[in-house]
Design a protein around this ligand. Structure first.
Ligand SMILES: C[S@@+](CC[C@H](N)C(=O)[O-])C[C@H]1O[C@@H](n2cnc3c(N)ncnc32)[C@H](O)[C@@H]1O
Length: 283
């Protein structure tokens, strides 16, 4: 049983302001960067129209963004952040840090090129296969997208790799495609964000690239899914989210950290009582 206490913290701030916070260097950075779709977020979805019917006129989602900042994400600043906050290259093998960037297919090339400019010389793509599609518009006339994309980036040494062991001690192969396993009712995951990632998918990735007690960072945390996945896997996680509402819901609903509750816990600690966080091992 892993004994060390983990930390789960989300800040309502730009990741560019990282210096204000005392964040340890990470084994893994996971980021689902804004797709820079701007006002075209719902362009291939029937949600653009009332009841999905273009004869009924445009809905309130027509010409809207997924969220306020989905138009001017600065990839160079993001890569700079990662070059500072990912652990340095270790001497030993099978322990180097990595970053996973979820992005649109069209962004993959730019992610790779910007990564190289910041010392992340190596990379490979990974794919996620869905059994549904958000591209419902004209679905009877064309092939629809049913995949998500990400790039794994690292400096030189292959990242820490924890594949499942078979009974004979050999390791299982991990393919470069994963099922997009959605949250199930029993997972108790609130729906908060329009581009929210499933906890099961994040957990699978975190288990491959980190050990218990390692530090993970999500610079664009949205609903806090990466933090929740880490909490469930006993990894420390730090996240930034600029949108106040997403931040508040991430804290209160996704992570069950209630401001009032937090205050009460703090007071209980001061009185010397054991808090629920102590019992859970969360600082
Ligand atoms: C694609 S969403 C992330 C969704 C998240 N993966 C989830 O599962 O909920 C990207 C988020 O980054 C936030 N964001 C954009 N620029 C940011 C910045 N400079 N610092 C922190 N957050 C930022 C946006 O408000 C948005 O919620």
């Amino acid at each position: 049983m892993y004994e060390k206490k983990i930390k789960i913290e989300i800040y309502n701030d730009h990741f560019q302001n990282r210096k204000k916070y005392n964040i340890p260097k990470a084994q893994l950075v996971i980021a689902d960067i804004p797709y820079n779709l701007g006002n075209n977020a719902y362009a291939s979805s029937t949600k653009w129209y009332n009841d999905g019917d273009n004869s009924k006129g445009e809905s309130k989602l027509a010409g809207k963004q997924f969220f306020n900042s989905d138009n001017n994400f600065n990839l160079a600043e993001y890569m700079h952040f990662c070059s500072r906050l990912l652990k340095p290259e270790p001497k030993e093998t099978n322990s180097a840090p990595a970053m996973i960037v979820f992005c649109a297919f069209e962004q993959m090339h730019e992610v790779i090129e910007q990564g190289k400019k910041h010392g992340f010389n190596k990379n490979y793509p990974i794919f996620f296969i869905k059994n549904y599609s958000a591209q419902t518009l004209k679905a009877n006339m064309r092939i629809v997208g049913a995949m998500e994309y990400a790039v794994v980036l690292y400096r030189e040494k292959l990242p820490k790799f924890r594949n499942e062991k078979k009974p004979d001690g050999s390791g299982t192969m991990v393919f470069n495609w994963f099922e997009w396993e959605r949250d199930k009712v029993e997972d108790n995951v609130p729906k908060i964000h329009p581009t929210q990632k499933p906890i099961r998918v994040l957990k699978r990735l975190i288990e491959i690239f980190t050990d218990e007690g390692d530090v993970v960072i999500d610079p664009v945390a949205g609903s806090g899914t990466t933090l929740r996945a880490c909490m469930e896997l006993n990894r420390s996680c730090y996240g930034f989210e600029i949108d106040k509402n997403f931040y508040k819901e991430a804290k209160e609903k996704m992570l069950n950290i209630n401001y009032e509750f937090e205050k009460q816990q703090e007071e209980a600690r001061e009185r010397g009582q054991q808090s629920i966080f102590d019992l859970l091992g969360v600082e």
